[in-house]
Design a protein around this ligand. Sequence first.
Ligand SMILES: CC(C)(COP(=O)(O)OP(=O)(O)OC[C@H]1O[C@@H](n2cnc3c(N)ncnc32)[C@H](O)[C@@H]1OP(=O)(O)O)[C@@H](O)C(=O)NCCC(=O)NCCS
Length: 198
Amino acid sequence: MTSDVLSRRFTVRPLAPDELSGRFLGQALWVFAGALEFPRRNSRVLSFADTLRRHATYAGFRAFGALNVRGRLVGFSYGYFSQPGLWWREQVAAPLSPEERDDWLADAFEVAELHVHPTAQGHGLGSQLHDQLIQSQSHRTAVLSVMHRSQRARQLYTSRGWETLVKDLRFSTEPGTPFSLLGLRRPSHRLSILEQEG
Ligand SMILES: CC(C)(COP(=O)(O)OP(=O)(O)OC[C@H]1O[C@@H](n2cnc3c(N)ncnc32)[C@H](O)[C@@H]1OP(=O)(O)O)[C@@H](O)C(=O)NCCC(=O)NCCS
């Protein structure tokens, strides 16, 4: 299918915090459950509703949605300014050295979620949701965690310059699931590091 046909089937646009945590919340849970292959009534899916409502109140919150022609949400991405004391931030900071924390977390954007429902995957929507989210903020770095088993997501991040900061990261809530911590520098900052090294 050509990109022209696809661009008529889907629209990617910014979502206000109260859109994603309000009128689109049920559809976001449907996307989340489908993308991660959880049953719709799974406790992870149900608790994600509260998580999303809480995240939508965080400083620097930015969200994007992919909508089909009927206006239904088929994918979304969001993140916010990383602040000390937030649960995820404390978990990922633990295995980093003080220098790495300074470097990667002092002025960072946390990419919290990026999901496309399986019925809409493979058409470039995940890439657009990623790119627009990253371009919407101006922090020095961005950070995220990705499951080892999420091969397509890892491919997407690698092709966009994300670096592996911690290869095997375990969260206290699910120690049996291996994640990696990835980091991305703003292009201008990446350039100045290369100049320093050169
Ligand atoms: C990761 C995800 C968001 C990608 O969404 P998508 O709309 O399918 O993404 P795209 O079509 O833009 O493709 C993304 C990359 O996957 C590759 N890809 C697409 N279809 C693929 C397939 N069938 N098999 C392997 N790779 C594929 C694309 O080539 C692209 O790679 P590139 O960046 O090198 O070009 C989606 O697969 C998803 O929701 N996965 C489950 C949830 C998840 O893992 N989220 C990430 C949490 S950190």
